[in-house]
Ligand binder design. Structure first.
Ligand code: 9UX
Length: 72
């Protein structure tokens, strides 16, 4: 099973910021794909819900110093 989660990410101002968030998400076990768009301040993550939850994805972003808010 694969679920898709979209997050709004606050505080990113350059591509290094978005790369930091993207790498953090990609490093979480169960994440199959993570794309962070600076322009829209959004992340789209495909993940295996048996291994990781949306709450844990949000926590993973928050740990980088940026704030994540669940969109869908
Ligand atoms: Mo870019 Mo983001 O220089 O915290 S890395 S602003």
């Amino acid at each position: 099973t694969t679920l898709t989660c979209r997050l709004h990410i606050k505080g990113m101002t350059c591509t290094s910021c978005s790369s930091t968030v993207e790498s953090a998400l990609q490093s979480i076990p169960g994440v199959q794909k993570a794309v962070v768009a600076l322009a829209t301040e959004e992340a789209e993550i495909r993940y295996d819900p048996k291994l990781v939850s949306a709450d844990q994805l949000i926590k993973g972003v928050d740990d980088t110093g940026f704030e994540a808010i669940l969109i869908t």
